[in-house]
Design a binder for this molecule. Structure first.
Ligand SMILES: C[S@@+](CC[C@H](N)C(=O)[O-])C[C@H]1O[C@@H](n2cnc3c(N)ncnc32)[C@H](O)[C@@H]1O
Length: 251
């Protein structure tokens, strides 16, 4: 998987991506990140990447030409054009979910465009971008953090990137449920003791308990997720058990 980020702050992207899981994926060549700075493509005599908005109003707008030329070079770096997409990170885009990211895994190149200031010239979005993706209904100062989030979340899904290949399977949202609770030593903290099943050594019981917790937590914390999920008979039983255990009928 090749990521290309068009950004006015390339160091910010490379620095942040060099740590932890993303850093390891880059070191082991399971993925690569190239950065393209529109500032390197400025040709106008004032050497500016941004300009005042037509119609007036606050802030500056990133100009079309430097973005377009940076994008042209990013595309040249990858030959399999049919499996490449240009994504503008924008608060106006479709909200990024685990499903959006999983679907994009079949691409071999993702070009992420990070805006700054008031945003970018609308014609770049219309002519050069395939999709707009958003972190959610709030505004941050630049698309770099959004690009990093996309890269991190996608890399976790690539086989071989996580130390334990099964880890991502149980992450929240990977199968429409939240993750089960995790505990580590010591066994007791402030009178809260680790559930006994986890120290029993019975793997089947542990799996069953974890599955029940994942269903129960989703029911408690994000009931909206369960509306879109078809539970099988065993899952319905487990969820009913969880509900009964958390709401014991008082006699
Ligand atoms: C200050 S914002 C511009 C917001 C723009 N004026 C608007 O309201 O739609 C600057 C850049 O940050 C990025 N950005 C801001 N909020 C974002 C979000 N929720 N998701 C993804 N990118 C975002 C975009 O790349 C945007 O071009």
């Amino acid at each position: 998987m090749q990521f290309d980020v068009i950004t006015l702050f390339p160091e910010m992207v490379l620095q942040a991506a060099s740590h932890g899981v993303t850093g390891k994926a880059l070191e082991t060549n399971l993925a690569s990140i190239n950065v393209w700075n529109p500032r390197d493509y400025v040709i106008d005599k004032h050497k500016t990447v941004d300009d005042r908005p037509y119609g007036g109003g606050p802030g500056m707008v990133m100009k079309y030409q430097p973005l377009h030329d940076a994008l042209t070079d990013a595309k040249k770096k990858h030959l399999a054009r049919e499996s490449s997409k240009v994504i503008y990170l924008s608060p106006q885009g479709k909200v990024i979910t685990q499903q959006v990211l999983s679907e994009a895994l079949n691409l071999s190149q993702i070009i992420l465009v990070a805006g700054r200031y008031e945003g970018i010239d609308e014609r770049f979005i219309m002519l050069d971008c395939d999709e707009e993706w958003s972190l959610g209904d709030y505004v941050i100062s630049g698309g770099e953090l959004a690009a990093l989030i996309v890269i991190d979340a996608m890399l976790r899904l690539i086989p071989g990137v996580l130390g334990d290949s099964e880890s991502a399977l149980y992450d929240s949202h990977s199968d429409g449920l939240l993750d089960y609770p995790h505990y580590t030593r010591p066994e007791t903290i402030a009178a809260l003791t680790v559930p006994t099943v986890l120290t029993s050594g019975h793997h089947a019981d542990i799996d069953r308990w974890r599955h029940k917790q994942a269903l129960g937590r989703t029911w408690q914390k994000r009931p909206d997720l369960l509306k879109n999920k078809q539970l099988n008979a065993e899952q319905k039983n487990l969820l009913n058990e969880f509900i009964l255990e958390s709401n014991p009928i008082k006699v």
